[in-house]
Design a protein. Structure first.
Length: 395
């Protein structure tokens, strides 16, 4: 491999959320737990991105900038070349982050008290954003069939047909279960939501993390975009979440104007000089690095699979089709949600995101972030084996 993903980098040098002792103490009651809960990577960004940031920093002047056309060209080429998706330049609106875009879109396409559909177990911040907009959370739970998560389309049809439910947040690929939705599934979502006039917010932040033979299908390549928007960001892909902003693609002109007016009204349309440097260099030069990274992450998945097969500790892995997240199934341990969270943090000394954070459907599971050197995963699995064998002896 040209890039060294095995390199251990000490993240404690900076106030890193995932590694901070106070975060670990507050959420896990154990400041020494191995930090694997936050969805960012313990891996250095592509050399091209590091160089672009160093170059930009060394200029010494960081006054107001505008986003150059070269930035948009790099981003458009990324989606065209990797996914065959032609994004129209004029359909792009910037926003500070994916979640701010999701929140604005919820606000603009529903009223207080209306329902927003999500597909749990799913990224927990969706619930917070729905609640903070005073909308109602409407659940269309995924079905787990023979170790494979599926969309319950009958239930989606029911929820979408309720006129009080105005928006669906689609997590594509899906955090935490690692499903990469197929073209057929996305077409079905589009057809149902169009028929019932439900606005679809496609959160595609994990779109670049897809393992062969699966393919990322952008939602707006199957839907006409008349009542939908896609939220994109290279933040996860290149491990630059702390420096980037987000890109929202809104094909419908009226919807786009609404979004544009909002970001201008609240002046959240500014661009950061470092975000521009990081994002443009990543889109322009990060392809080869990402191809290697995907192999490494898939290697981490295979490593976990093999380890769990060889060490019968009652834990199994839902085989992910994408993302850098491992959704582990602990149900055989027979612990309730609270006991499992305690067991992982205290006995196994692991800070994993407990499954119930993602909705009640996640109880009995936990999410491990596997964008890290394989050694970290090995240590985590060894901790787990030790703790499960103690648990078995005591029961
Ligand atoms: C599905 C999903 N959407 C959004 C985000 C957050 O994106 P941002 O930091 O741009 O708001 C995350 C981060 O974990 C995520 O997993």
């Amino acid at each position: 491999m040209k890039f060294n993903f095995d390199e251990y980098v000490d993240r404690n040098e900076y106030p890193t959320l995932k590694w901070s002792k106070s975060f670990l103490a507050e959420y896990f009651g154990n400041e020494n737990a191995i930090p694997m809960s936050v969805a960012d990577m313990d891996l250095k960004s592509p050399p091209a991105v590091i160089e672009a940031l160093q170059k930009r920093a060394s200029h010494g002047i960081y006054g107001y900038e505008y986003r150059p056309e070269s930035f948009y060209n790099a981003m458009l080429a990324w989606y065209r070349d990797r996914y065959g998706w032609e994004i129209h330049r004029e359909q792009i609106e910037p926003s500070p982050s994916i979640l701010s875009a999701v929140s604005i879109l919820i606000n603009q396409h529903s009223d207080e008290g209306d329902g927003v559909i999500i597909q749990p177990p799913v990224f927990f911040e969706f619930r917070m954003v729905i609640r903070s907009n005073r909308r109602k959370i409407v659940r269309n739970p995924l079905k787990l069939v023979n170790g494979h998560y599926q969309i319950d389309f009958e239930d989606l049809e029911r929820k979408a047909s309720d006129p009080n439910n105005k928006v669906l947040i689609l997590c594509s690929p899906h955090n935490p279960v690692g499903r990469v939705w197929t073209r057929v599934e996305l077409e079905q979502i589009s057809e149902i939501c169009k028929r019932h006039n439900v606005f679809v917010i496609a959160d595609e932040i994990h779109g670049d993390f897809v393992f062969s033979p699966h393919h990322f299908v952008p939602y707006l390549s199957v839907d006409d975009g008349d009542n939908s928007a896609a939220c994109l960001s290279p933040g996860k892909t290149f491990n630059i979440s702390g420096v980037v902003d987000a890109i929202t693609v809104i094909p419908n002109e009226n919807h786009r104007r609404l979004f544009h007016d909002f970001t201008h009204r609240y002046q959240i349309n500014r661009v950061n000089v470092f975000a521009t440097a990081a994002m443009e260099s990543a889109y322009r030069e990060g392809g080869e690095w990402l191809n290697e990274l995907l192999k490494y992450i898939r290697g981490n998945v295979d490593f976990i699979m093999e380890y769990l097969n060889q060490n019968d500790n009652g834990v199994s892995l839902i085989d992910p089709e994408g993302t850098f997240l491992a959704w582990l199934d602990f149900r055989k341990l027979g612990l309730d949600a609270r006991e499992l969270a305690r067991f992982l943090a205290q006995d196994a000394k692991l800070a994993l995101a407990p499954g119930h954070w993602f909705g009640r459907e996640g109880a009995g599971f936990a999410r491990m972030t596997i964008g890290c050197p394989r050694k970290t995963i090995q240590k985590a699995l060894e901790n787990l084996t030790l703790a499960t064998s103690k648990l078995r002896k005591s029961s």
